[in-house]
Ligand binder design. Sequence first.
Ligand code: ITT
Length: 191
Amino acid sequence: MKIVFATNNAHKLREVARELGDSYTLLTPRDCGVTEDIPENEPTLEGNALAKARYIRSRTGLDCFADDTGLEVDALGGEPGVRSARYATDGHDDEANKRLLLERMASVDDRSARFRTAIALIAGDEEILFEGVVRGAISREEMGSNGFGYDPIFIPEGFDRSFAQMTDDEKNAVSHRGRAVRKLVDYLRKR
Ligand code: ITT
């Protein structure tokens, strides 16, 4: 069965494809001729995930889902949160985002944080939201080079390695996105 994952992020696509398995053919917006940026201007992760999924639905008519993710740092009152992609600049500058976060945390002892993913699925005439959360801590410096985004500075609870020091499978087993996608897969299987 075909389903569109409304993302332009190749790393997300790879992580999700591993969890989704062979029953689904995962299409990207580009595969469906949608090459423009998908707007995400909502104040919540759930709102953005729904907006992205609805956009792709209206352009393709196909069943689809979207993921919006934020890193929520306790000592910063939940920042960068929904603004995670545009924390340091208007664009997706991962290096600047990590640098700014480490700077803001330089003299902060409480390193606790969580990654949160909201997935919005549009299947048939249903719209459903799934959430995945992983708690952890912001490291003092970058560790590892796998993954993407804030992975080198996030150490999931129960580990002494960052997400960027894990394989895709290790990360998926405990990550925000892995947890949300497994709920999505469960739902799709039962449908
Ligand atoms: P979309 O096309 O799916 O919107 P995106 O990269 O814009 O891709 P988000 O808005 O969900 O995705 O990402 C918000 C920010 O959080 C962005 O800076 C990402 O690099 C970062 N991020 C998202 N998931 C992450 C993960 O699993 N590990 C580390 N950083 C992540």
